[in-house]
Design a protein around this ligand. Sequence first.
Ligand code: KG4
Ligand code: ZN
Length: 348
Amino acid sequence: MSGALTIAPRRPVGADTIVLGIETSCDETSAAVLLGDRDVLSNVVSSQVDLHARYGGVVPEIASRAHLEVVLPVIDQALADAGIAAERVDAVAATVGPGLVGALLVGVSAAKALSLAWRVPFVGVNHMEAHLYASFLEDPDLALPMVVLLVSGGHTMLVEMIDHGRYRLLGSTIDDAAGEAFDKVARFLGLGYPGGPAIDRLSAEGDPGAIAFPRAMLDDGLNVSFSGLKTSVVNWVRKHPDVATADVAASFQAAVVDVLVAKTRRAAAQVGAKAVAVGGGVAANSLLRARITEACRTDGRAVFVPSRSMCTDNAAMIALAGWHRLLSDGPTPLDAGADPNLQLAFET
Ligand code: KG4
Ligand code: ZN
């Protein structure tokens, strides 16, 4: 037993528990108020995208400073939007990792301070677990076991959610994350940061069949690889300098989506999943959303594609993962730190 200070819940965790969620792991400062395990009373997201765009990526020092400037106003706004007095909050949940350490510390420190001031539990949340939970905010009755394709800027994983808090890793990237591939290719094509939305938009004007980029490891297991695809794009454009950028974007996007959809389908069949869901920033991609929906319909499997705002970083998903963790594990000791490399615990 840890001798560290842990603040116990005032009453059992249930449908009337109010969790304040805080997210500061990367470049969005977000706070949300959640009632029980399904009612999002507010979800305020303040994006730093404009601050980082001129550098072509997230600058950690700038991110920490920007979080520090807005975290308290964002929390105030979330409470005001929800119409909730501070005294009514039952627990404060914050992302403790993975992410940028300086950025994480801002949200973790704010959450611990509020927990102490309000005498309510602090709950440390794994950011990846929160992405897995995002679908439940819009469809609380999703059937388990479910296969989730989690595709963000830092991660690409196929996860079987066996039950609440129980996960099996079915596949992952052996090199670049899907979002990283979008961002790197967009940067090379001069489309700016963040790359995913730019490629998504430009692809609408291009021909996805114009260039036959490789689909790495398509017929081989559940892992994916995107670094070879990125190199192929660079080599193609250098050899064909007059190629239409929209055709390159659309052909690249089609290659990524083909692989992600094929692997998700295979994973779902392999474990006999009742449902498929997607999460993470890349799940905001128009082609991926359309193709995964179509594929699951063909396979007769339920599919859930959350709204775009639930795919990208937000505190509502942190509050929900916090609600589940508070129920299963209880409060987190106040001496627990932020962990930039935090892993999700997988069963084998
Ligand atoms: O989950 P997220 O908001 O932050 C992380 O936890 O990483 O994901 C950000 C990633 C970025 O790489 C961004 O380019 C990508 O998601 N992204 C997209 C789209 N919107 C965001 N990728 C493809 N198409 C999109 N529409
Ligand atoms: Zn994320």
